[in-house]
Design a protein around this ligand. Structure first.
Ligand SMILES: [Zn+2]
Ligand SMILES: [Zn+2]
Length: 537
């Protein structure tokens, strides 16, 4: 079997892996690259996805960083099925069309700007209509169902506890008479997240793709985080100020609605206006209400008891733009939940423009902020940010609350992987920033002695094949940007060093003392050279 890492490696966006078994080719996830111009360029060059030759796409969940390039791939000739859970399809219906709309708006904006600069016409990556058309390729399956997809190939989706409908995908393949199992963790939820269930446990597998968004961090507990949010809201109410919460439309928004609903139901805060100012979040909340079979027990109990966990007395859903603009004219305290979650597009930008410079306002960051986004700049303590071409001072209170995350933290990831009892498990650590994936990879290798790798973008590998799998030759060419060439080289060096150490140790154990002055001299020179290079930097 061959695989190619097409995205979601050394970055959190663009998740996609190409798998090939004989002439059968398929993808697991087909996400959009976001957050930085260099990455976004990749969305336009999908040749290596081989759209026309793919038999199917297995989709872990609806987030755009996993599903966002599906309409584009259909445009490029993909005629197979996109296989996912029903809730994922429901969410993709609104999210992909919304994404198409954003692409159209962006192209329009570029064109307005470009015309003035005398540039050529910008076209959208795909349109709302393309997105709608692509939905016809979707085919839904149930959790825990074993589905044969081709000769010697079957799959099963299990709940990943990340967002509604999210899945861990298990793939069984027959390889030369042997059955092997591949696992894609997808994005894994944290275990005390409300509404959705905890991630399913997987105990067996030969190869694992493991996400690492928070692979080097620990979240505060949900209870601590809830208390922090309560304090922030109470303080805002005391000063008649507003609380602005940038939130991803799916899961995080519903998570916050659930939490604020509890504050009001318990009487911890008075009934104040809570605006859900994101058409996408409103649609997503409706989809949540339509899929109660995906809820965890606590949420089901609330529903049975007559409390809708996704309703708050005083909640105001604003779909129209005029309503959205009026929110900030109201002098009373209010809570504004709006998208995008990383603050770089959508209505949240208007609310930030109104509130960042006000000392009394509170901005509560509850989700992951990718490098290069406005949200990340706020978390990193920027004193000004640029919004709509204007430099805005950051005077408001900026709070970062990690405990609302829809992702498992380092401990959650290690706990989850600890259930897999296969000493020969090979782990590809993906869906994380380079430094984070590398840290988690090292930790897993030390703790569980699994073979771990942080793959390169466009790296190709042979799975279950004879001999050492490795970086494909084409990757070591000189077309690589220097930092990538270095990391390829370092991996080779690292491996060679480890192999040599292992062999020497083995020999020593066998009682063979290797003492070769020629060897020692050569190694001494390598070591000296490395020190020299390091001091030159
Ligand atoms: Zn996700
Ligand atoms: Zn993701």
């Amino acid at each position: 079997m061959r695989v190619e890492f097409l995205g979601g490696v050394r970055t959190v966006t663009g998740s996609a892996t190409l798998l090939e078994k004989g002439s059968l080719k398929w993808l697991v996830d087909c996400g959009m690259f976001q957050g930085n111009k260099e990455y976004e360029k990749r969305n336009w060059n999908l040749q290596s996805y081989q759209a026309k030759k793919l038999s199917f796409i297995l989709l872990t969940h609806a987030h755009i960083d996993h599903s966002g390039l599906i309409p584009r791939l259909v445009e490029e000739g993909f005629r197979g099925k996109v296989i996912c859970t029903k809730a994922t399809l429901d969410l993709c219906e609104v999210m992909l069309q919304d994404s198409g709309h954003i692409q159209e708006m962006e192209a329009e904006w570029q064109n307005r700007k470009g015309k003035r600069a005398g540039k050529g016409e910008a076209i959208p990556l795909y349109t709302r209509e393309d997105a709608e058309k692509s939905l016809r390729s979707f085919q839904t399956i149930h959790y825990d169902e074993m589905i044969p997809l081709a000769d010697g190939l079957k799959v099963r989706f299990q709940d990943a506890g990340h967002i509604l409908g999210s899945a861990i995908i298990e793939i069984w393949v027959d390889e030369a008479g042997d059955q092997k199992k591949i696992i894609f963790s997808g994005d894994l939820g944290s275990s005390d997240q409300p509404i959705v269930r905890d991630p399913s446990i997987v105990e067996e597998g030969d190869v694992l793709w493991l996400e690492s968004t928070y692979g080097n961090r620990l979240h505060k507990t949900r209870e601590e985080t809830v208390q922090e949010l309560l304090k922030i809201v109470q303080e805002a109410i005391a000063h008649q100020a507003k609380v602005v919460i940038p939130a991803f439309a799916v899961e995080r928004t519903q998570n916050i609605i659930y939490t604020l609903g509890q504050f009001i139901r318990k009487g911890s805060i008075p009934q104040i206006p809570v605006y859900i100012d994101s058409p996408l979040a409103i649609s997503a909340t409706e989809i949540f209400k339509r899929n109660p079979d995906c809820f965890d027990q606590e949420t089901k109990d609330l529903l049975m008891g007559g409390d809708n966990p996704l309703e708050i007395p005083g909640i105001l859903y604003t779909r129209a733009t005029e309503e959205s603009k009026a929110i900030n004219e109201d002098p009373r305290s209010a809570i504004i939940i709006s998208a995008s979650g990383m603050c770089d597009s959508g209505r949240i930008k208007h609310h930030l423009k109104h509130h960042l410079w006000r000392e009394e306002s509170h901005i509560v960051i509850i989700g992951y902020q990718a490098e290069g986004t406005i949200g990340r700049r706020l978390v990193d303590g920027a004193s000004t940010v640029r919004l709509f071409g204007e430099e805005i001072a950051v005077k408001a209170h900026i709070h970062t609350l990690g405990g609302f995350s829809a992702h498992a933290d380092q401990k959650g990831l290690l706990d989850w992987i600890s259930h897999i009892r296969r000493p020969q498990l090979e782990v590809f650590v993906n869906h994380g920033e380079e430094k984070v994936s590398t840290e988690l990879s090292q930790l897993i290798s030390e703790r569980f002695h699994f073979k771990t790798t942080v793959p390169q973008w466009r790296e190709k590998r042979v799975l279950f094949g004879d001999g050492e799998t490795g970086v494909s030759e084409e990757r070591v060419g000189k077309e690589l940007p220097p930092e990538e060439s270095f990391s390829v080289l370092f991996r080779h060096l690292d491996r060679a060093y480890k192999r040599l150490r292992r062999k020497l140790k083995r020999e020593k154990k066998r009682g063979v003392e290797i003492y070769d002055s020629g060897w020692l001299k050569e190694l001494e020179e390598v070591s000296k050279k490395l020190e020299e290079l390091e001091s030159e930097l």
